[in-house]
Structures are given as C-alpha cells and as structure tokens.
Design a protein around this ligand. Structure first.
Ligand SMILES: [Zn+2]
Length: 245
C-alpha cells in the first residue's frame, strides 16, 4: 500500500503575499487541523524511523509519515505540542552546522531569516519520541560539490547529531532534493537506513529506501486538498506523468 510522507518546513504565521517561498510556511492552526483530521480518520502520523516497516510491507496499519525540513524553532514551538497531544511522532531533518543558527543558505533569495532549534530544543524534540534526521552540515547543493565534500557533509552531519542527542541517526534528507546515484551510495555507506527526496509521490515497498518521494504541504493546501493528498493515489498519478503542483 503506497504511503504518504508529508513534507513541512515552517509552522508559523504565514508571511505576506509576495514573500519568496511563502508557501513553505503552514500556519499553526492549519497544521493542527490537518493532524486532527488525520487522527479523526483513524490515521497515525509517524517519524521515518517508525514508518519504514510500513513502507517496506513488514507492518500494516493506517499510518502516514510526518517530516520537517531544516529544524526550524517554530516547529518546536507550534508543531511539537500538537504531535505530543495526538500521540504522533515526526522526523525533523537538522542542518548540523546551524544548530541554534538560522537558514543562512536562503540568504540572497529574499527568504526571511528564521531561527533554527538550539541544542536543548533538539534534545527535547528527540526526548518526546520524535526523530532527529540529518540534512548535511551546511545545507549544501550535493550535486555542486566534489564527492569528497559530499561525503564529509553526509558523514559529518550524522556524527555531530549523534553527539548531540546520543542516539543513532538513521534518516537523511537531500538538501534541495539534489542527489545522484553516487550520493545515495554515500548515504548508505555512512550508515543511514533511509533518505527522502523533494520529488512528489507516495512511498512504496519497491522504492529505493535512499530515494523516497514525499508529499509537500504548503500554506495554500486547504483541508480538502490536504486530505486528497493523504488519502488518495492521486499524487502517484501525478508522479507517473511528471506533473508538479
Ligand atoms: Zn532544507
């Protein structure tokens, strides 16, 4: 059974119209509504760690994946309480060189700076049953750096985050979704179990665990569209014909 892995970035007041990449922010109210509806419909939101057996067909149930990219502080503030309340877990992909930093990689694109979680917040994220995933040390374009540097970014991120939370880090996410076969191999060699893309689609048992597609949720996704994305195979058809939403 194909399973949706949701992608969120920031959970906060949505910036004004015209702000670049405004869609990457989902309001706290919208997020709560989306999660509450999934719960009402009998679904459980899971981190990648807990979701993998379902994707691989080793477990069966009404589940979906919840992932956040970049480790924004507003996710700790606005999403963490909702997840805890509903008994859901999620994976946040942290940029190891920017703990307590900000989205410096977005500078120059007009994207407003936003704070990233500090060490205590990352630890609390993990302590409450959520997963700390890896998103390189510096949020690099993996395709644009030499392989040796890509390896350092992929391995180094894992080591730094494992130091921080004293737990194995097994989930990876390619910044900007950029990856080639060599990068998937580096991720596998580094000891991760799975890696997600920005490519749209539902995750299936026959997908490469180091190239899992996801379903993007943005501020313009109304509840009906959200449930459609989660509960139908519609997204998979789009994937097959290569359409973007
Ligand atoms: Zn990112």
């Amino acid at each position: 059974m194909p399973i949706p892995i949701l992608t969120y970035h920031q959970i906060d007041i949505v910036p004004p119209h015209g702000t670049p990449f405004r869609g990457l922010t989902v309001s706290p109210r919208q997020f709560r509504l989306q999660m509450t509806w999934m719960r009402r419909l009998g679904y459980r939101g899971l981190s990648m760690r807990e979701l993998m057996p379902y994707i691989q067909g080793k477990a069966v149930g009404k589940v979906f994946g919840i992932t956040f990219d970049d480790g924004f502080r507003n996710v700790h503030r606005h999403a963490l309480p909702v997840l805890a309340e509903l008994g859901f877990s999620a994976t946040n992909y942290f940029v190891a060189g920017q703990i307590d930093g900000s989205n410096v990689w977005d500078t120059g694109q007009g994207i407003p700076p936003a704070a990233l979680m500090n060490a205590a917040e990352v630890r609390e994220w993990a302590r409450l049953g959520n997963e700390v995933g890896a998103h390189t040390i510096d949020h690099v374009h993996l395709s644009a750096v030499p392989l040796a540097e890509a390896r350092r970014q992929i391995e180094g991120c894992k080591a730094k985050l494992e130091d921080l939370v004293s737990m194995p880090i097994t989930a990876f996410c390619y910044p900007y979704g950029e990856q080639q076969a060599a990068h998937r191999e580096l991720v596998r060699e580094a000891g991760y179990d799975n890696a997600t893309l920005t490519q749209r689609g539902l995750a299936r048992a026959d997908d490469d665990p180091f190239g899992l597609p996801r379903v993007n949720v943005h501020c313009g996704t109304n509840l009906l569209r959200f449930l459609q994305k989660c509960l139908t195979r519609h997204e998979d058809k789009r994937r097959a014909i290569g359409l973007e939403s």
